[in-house]
Ligand binder design. Structure first.
Ligand SMILES: [Zn+2]
Length: 152
């Protein structure tokens, strides 16, 4: 299951990636291009734009109502039954690229000194090269993921 989110749904896109769902997002993109990409790559369009929704009616599109982000995410998860399908922390939050495990010495030059001391497990994005480790930010996301998943 693959998604493309409209430019209003950056946070949603980011979190879908955290849960391991392939989600394209562009800060600026023409509606026509969203439609084109969705058709070509068989992606579900997530939009909070009535006009775009009307154009895509009866295809793979979900209208996202304005409101709290967690509620929006929950709606998507329930609608597409995503709770059984998530594989958290397998995609890059920044670019949607695939993450792979890397050895510490492969990333040693790209991490802060303190991180070198306290962490041994690293993930790296195959596309943009961003390195991830279980620091405070990661733990916060993990906590969110766990509490969100427990909502089933
Ligand atoms: Zn990346």
């Amino acid at each position: 299951m693959k998604f493309i989110a409209d430019c209003h749904l950056g946070k949603i896109a980011k979190y879908l990636r955290i849960f391991g769902f392939d989600t394209l997002y562009f800060q600026t993109i023409d509606d026509n291009d969203i439609i084109k990409i969705a058709k070509k790559e068989n992606r579900i369009v997530l939009t909070s734009d009535v006009e775009l929704y009307q154009r895509l009616k009866n295809t793979n599109v979900l209208y996202i109502y304005h409101g709290k982000f967690e509620k929006q995410l929950l709606e998507i998860f329930n609608y597409y039954k995503l709770f059984d399908k998530c594989v958290p922390f397998t995609l890059c939050i920044e670019c949607n690229g695939e993450l792979k495990n890397v050895l510490k010495n492969e990333v040693i030059d790209h991490i802060p000194p303190k991180t070198k001391l306290y962490h041994d497990d690293f993930l790296k994005c195959k596309e943009c090269g961003k390195v991830y480790w279980q620091g405070d930010h990661f733990k916060k996301m993990q906590k969110f993921v766990n509490s969100f998943i427990s909502k089933t």
